[in-house]
Design a protein around this ligand. Structure first.
Ligand SMILES: Nc1nc2c(ncn2[C@@H]2O[C@H](COP(=O)(O)OP(=O)(O)OP(=O)(O)O)[C@@H](O)[C@H]2O)c(=O)[nH]1
Ligand SMILES: [Mg+2]
Ligand SMILES: [Zn+2]
Length: 353
């Protein structure tokens, strides 16, 4: 195997699971970019545009079959390496996707073969519940999450202290950074492991690309102001791209997501809310929903202040949502109305308390 592929993150695991898919005359490459015209792949020596073979297109059944950034693919190069034809997407170690609501439940692929997800939020407007959603999504996909709070240069020292104490109530791993003063950037650099793939996630304008530029020590990638008035701020990063750092870490920058969409998250829930799920084992009833039951160890912990109330509420919300999306589309349609009612009732109960 060539060293170039290793530098792009080709691991022993990948090599083992891919062996039977690679025939003589074909080679392996990684998808480094998805843009509106197609793909770009890298084989460790060169980068080239790529397109799926006719057979590939014929066999692809849904969106998840197509290559996404971070994928390892089997290619054949043509015209003296000026183009790669993609024949197969190799088995994925992890896949980051979100569900799009619609007639059929469809997935939008975000990136593949990510080891660590960096969820970026501006320290000025932290949304812990949204952060929990990202963590659940990442855990569910077998990806290790780290929270990055950016733009700390915009906080006063007392605001920074408040932020630290809010975060101490949570169980998330986090870093505070500023791409302007470079505070915390070294901490991020020290976290990075060579040949591991990192993905920058988070809403538009939070400073994902700015952080990447800091890590790269360049201004290679375009960043721009958020349009404050309507909060819409065009997406500056419009392609998903994979970039290798000198330190050996591999980064995928993504366009900001305005919404996370809905996702199937049962497994990720337990990991993200490990403090709650470990208590839940002490509930009197095995099928305890932790909403009203007597002998519920979770409610008890919330009441005596061991578990943050808003954290508990977000857990319940995400749990309901995950159960809801496990149902088939037909069932979903039927239950849509009663689900709405349920949420309303839940809110009423909360108000009464
Ligand atoms: N004060 C301050 N501004 C920052 C910092 N990081 C980024 N910004 C600014 O925030 C704006 C958006 O930054 P980007 O890096 O383009 O944000 P992004 O998350 O990549 O946005 P999309 O590509 O649209 O998803 C730019 O004007 C940056 O200069 C920071 O640490 N401090
Ligand atoms: Mg960007
Ligand atoms: Zn319980």
């Amino acid at each position: 195997m060539n060293n170039g592929l290793e530098r792009l993150g080709y691991s022993n695991w990948q090599r083992t699971v891919s062996a039977e898919n690679i025939q003589a005359g074909f080679s392996v490459a990684r998808v480094t970019e998805v843009n509106k015209n197609g793909y770009v792949v890298a084989d460790g020596e060169r980068e080239m545009p790529a397109e799926p073979s006719g057979k590939f297109l014929f066999n692809a059944e849904d969106g998840a079959d197509y290559p996404t950034v971070g994928d390892w693919v089997v290619i054949q190069t043509v015209d003296d390496h000026s183009l790669a034809v993609v024949h197969t997407v190799l088995p994925r170690k992890t896949l980051l996707k979100r569900k799009q609501a619609g007639r059929h439940i469809e997935f939008q692929l975000i990136a593949a073969n990510i080891d660590i997800g960096l969820v970026v939020q501006s320290a000025q407007s932290i949304n812990i519940n949204l952060l929990d959603r990202y963590f659940v999504m990442l855990h569910d996909g077998g990806i290790q999450p780290i929270a990055v709070f950016s733009k700390v240069d915009l906080l006063s020292s007392s605001e920074l202290e408040d932020l630290r104490s809010t975060l101490s109530m949570r169980h998330n791993r986090y870093v505070l950074i500023s791409s302007i003063t470079e505070k915390g950037v070294e901490e991020v650099t020290n976290l990075l492991e060579p040949r591991k793939t990192y993905c920058l996630l988070g809403q538009s304008g939070v400073g994902k690309t700015s952080l990447l530029n800091c890590l790269l020590r360049t201004n290679a990638f375009k960043v721009s102001e958020v349009r404050e008035k309507d909060g819409k701020g065009r997406h500056t990063t419009v392609r998903r791209q994979l970039i290798c750092l000198e330190s050996g870490g591999i980064f995928i920058d993504t366009p900001g997501m305005r919404e996370l969409g809905n996702f199937d998250i049962a497994d990720g829930l337990d990991e993200t809310f490990e403090d709650l799920s470990s208590r839940a084992q002490k509930c009197r009833f095995r099928d305890c929903t932790h909403t009203h039951e007597t002998g519920c160890a979770v409610i008890e912990a919330v009441e005596n202040g061991d578990i943050d109330k808003s954290r508990y509420e977000n857990f319940l919300k995400l749990k309901k949502e995950s159960e809801f999306y496990e149902m088939s589309y037909q069932e979903k349609r039927k239950k849509e109305k009663s689900f709405g009612k349920m949420v309303k009732n839940f809110k009423k109960i909360k108000k009464k308390k």
